[in-house]
Structure formats: structure tokens, C-alpha cells
Design a protein around this ligand. Structure first.
Ligand code: KG4
Ligand code: ZN
Length: 337
């Protein structure tokens, strides 16, 4: 089954064609990062306008790159949420129009399920059940993937998501947008033991996260330095901040995996592209004899191939959408309809 999938939930305009949920035939991503950089973050209205302008060309590129005709496409899939409502609506409208004009089935996809399914594209033999640490711009969740359609949230952030914290700290350090890759890079030449930022673990048995205290602690440190007119070593702040985030993500994931006896661990979402997270989680999981899976960085951040993979499993469960499909900016992990 060849599914043409569309992703437009934030600042990537993306189209892919995926076969049977596992094989990428083409993965076209047009990123608007350079446009939004000037504003220090994504401007929703500008994101929507760029989706409108680029989408038709990216769809053409996808078909050309995969060397396929419309007749060879079996279904149209699209991210229906969560995300920016205006941005989502561009993809949803485009997908509905194509499904109607071509008389093909339509499949609405939960963006966060897509992030998790990116692991199926990378690891063709991977099968549920597994525990997933989902870390992106809006999410820090521990999710038990019981089967292809059953996602149970075991823990989540009570305030900022990990990616959100990266983006905010990057902005105050003058490292720009997006913050994750910038801090990841700066941290490589910094000393992670230079500043003792807090590791907020919450209650002993909780799998929830909280990053707002860490964020305040970094801001207080920077303000204190500025008031005393002392120099700030950006690389050391980046490395120390990142170490505090990763220590918590790794410790909570391992504790959760042990508690629920997870046979394997996956990571998903933009922050899962982080080099330290990948390295340290793999090392910690080895000590409890649990394998760790993660996608290539290009499949960690937003893309349409992951939407095509998730759509395939929706179709296997007969979860199709009709032409009343609407964008749902607040869709939660675990929500299919
Ligand atoms: O999954 P994603 O592309 O979009 C959302 O669904 O939110 O995640 C974007 C987030 C941003 O906050 C970005 O700073 C972060 O992922 N990110 C990273 C890295 N690459 C992207 N965070 C840490 N290290 C990275 N290498
Ligand atoms: Zn995403």
C-alpha cells in the first residue's frame, strides 16, 4: 500500500510517499527555519502562508522523486493535530481536495503518533510493545506503545516541554532558533560540570517531568552574572543546562522502563536528535539490558514519512477519515478519532 502523506503542523512543509508503513519511497521536506529565524521563533501566520505557497510544488516533487503517477497512490494521509491551527488547516484542506478529486481514501494522523512511528521506518523489524520517550517542541511524554494503535501515557511534563526549554535558553544565550541543535553544538565545547543546575525529579514514583524550574535557574544565573558584570561562558552554560535536561530524561525513562518491565525503549520527536540524549540513554539502558532504538535525525524532527507510517497502521485498523476531517490543534497522544 503506497500512501502519499502531508505534514504541515508547524514550520516544515513536508510530503512523503511510504510503502506499507515501513519503506520510504520519497521524503520531501521544505523547512521554513531560515524565514522564522529573524523572529526568534515560529510566527504562525507566516508559517501558514508559506505552506500555501510551497505545498503544490512539494507534492509534484514527491511524485517525481518516487517516479510514481497518481494512479499508483493508494491513499492520502495528513497530520490533523496537534500543532498550529492555521498551519494544520493548509495540509488538511490540501489532503481533502486531493482525496476528493482522485477518489482515494483519506487518513487523518496524530502528529505525535507519527513521531513514534518514525522508529518503524528506521528499524524495519521493530514491533510493539515498547516504551517511548517522546520529546519535542510541545511534548515530554513517556508513552507505552502496547500495539500499533494503543498508546498509553505514563508520564508527561507539568509545565515546559524539553524542546521548549531548549528554545528559550538558546534565545537568552543568543544562540538563535531552533535552540536544540544550537545548544547541542555549543555544549560539545563546554564544561557540563561548570554550573550545578537543578535536576527536578518530582515525586519518587512519578513519571512526570518539569523543566520550568531549570529554566528559571538558568535565567537567574545569567542575570546574576550580568549584574556583577562577570563574563558568561556560553558553551559552559549550554553544556550544564543540557546535562541537567538529559540526566532527568534518562533517569526517568530508565526508572519507568524498569517499573513497567518494558522489553525495549524508543525515543521520538525533535529532541531525540540530541547527540547526548542518544548516547547517555543507550548507555544507561545497556546496564538494565534493554535495547534502545532511535531514528536518523532527519526522521526525528518534523517530516511526512512518519505520518505515512502512522497512516498505514490506521488503515490496517480501518481508521479512515471522511471529507469532514478538521484540524485539531489540541489532539492528545492516544487520541485516534
Ligand atoms: O518534533 P519537532 O521537530 O517539532 C514538534 O513537533 O515540536 O521538535 C522540535 C524541537 C525544537 O524545540 C528543537 O529545538 C528541538 O526539537 N530539537 C533538538 C535538537 N534538534 C531539534 N533539541 C535538542 N537537541 C537537538 N539536536
Ligand atoms: Zn513534531
Amino acid at each position: 500500500m503506497k500512501i502519499l502523506s502531508i505534514e504541515s503542523s508547524c514550520d516544515e512543509t513536508a510530503v512523503a510517499i511510504v510503502e506499507d508503513g515501513r519503506k520510504i519511497l520519497t521524503n520531501q521536506i521544505y523547512t521554513q527555519i531560515e524565514i522564522h529565524k529573524a523572529y526568534g521563533g515560529v510566527v504562525p501566520e507566516i508559517a501558514s502562508r508559506n505552506h500555501v505557497m510551497k505545498m503544490p510544488y512539494i507534492i509534484e516533487d514527491a511524485l517525481k522523486d518516487a517516479n510514481l503517477t497518481w494512479q499508483e497512490i493508494d491513499a492520502i494521509a495528513v497530520t490533523k493535530g496537534p500543532g498550529l491551527v492555521g498551519a494544520l488547516l493548509i495540509g488538511v484542506s490540501q489532503a481533502k481536495a486531493m482525496a476528493y478529486a482522485l477518489n482515494k481514501p483519506l487518513i487523518g494522523v496524530n502528529h505525535m503518533h507519527g513521531h513514534i512511528c518514525a522508529n518503524f521506518l528506521q528499524h524495519p523489524d521493530l514491533e510493539p510493545p515498547f516504551l517511548t520517550l517522546v520529546v519535542s517542541g510541545g511534548h515530554s511524554h513517556l508513552v507505552m506503545v502496547e500495539d500499533y494503535q494503543t498508546f498509553k501515557v505514563l508520564g508527561k511534563t507539568r509545565d515546559d516541554a524539553a524542546g521548549e526549554a531548549y528554545d528559550k535558553i538558546s534565545r537568552v544565550l543568543g544562540l538563535g532558533y531552533p535552540g536544540g541543535p544550537a545548544i547541542d553544538k555549543a555544549a560539545k565545547t563546554g564544561n557540563k560540570e561548570a554550573i550545578a543546575f537543578p535536576r527536578i525529579m518530582l515525586e519518587k514514583d512519578s513519571f512526570d517531568f518539569s523543566f520550568s524550574g531549570l529554566k528559571s535557574s538558568v535565567l537567574n544565573y545569567l542575570n546574576g552574572k550580568k549584574m556583577k558584570k562577570e563574563p558568561i561562558v556560553v558553551e559552559d552554560v549550554a553544556a550544564s543546562f543540557q546535562a541537567a535536561v538529559i540526566d532527568v530524561l534518562v533517569a526517568k525513562t530508565i526508572h519507568c522502563a524498569q517499573t513497567v518491565h518494558a522489553p525495549k525503549i524508543c525515543i521520538a520527536g525533535g529532541v531525540s536528535a540530541n547527540s547526548q540524549l542518544r548516547e547517555q540513554l543507550t548507555k544507561a539502558a545497556k546496564a538494565i539490558d534493554c535495547p534502545v532504538y532511535y531514528p536518523d535525525p532527519v526522521l526525528c524532527t518534523d517530516n511526512a514519512a512518519m505520518i505515512g507510517s502512522s497512516a498505514y497502521y490506521n488503515s490496517q485498523a480501518h481508521e479512515y477519515s471522511d471529507l469532514y476531517l478538521n484540524a485539531n490543534p489540541g489532539l492528545k497522544i492516544g487520541d485516534l478519532a
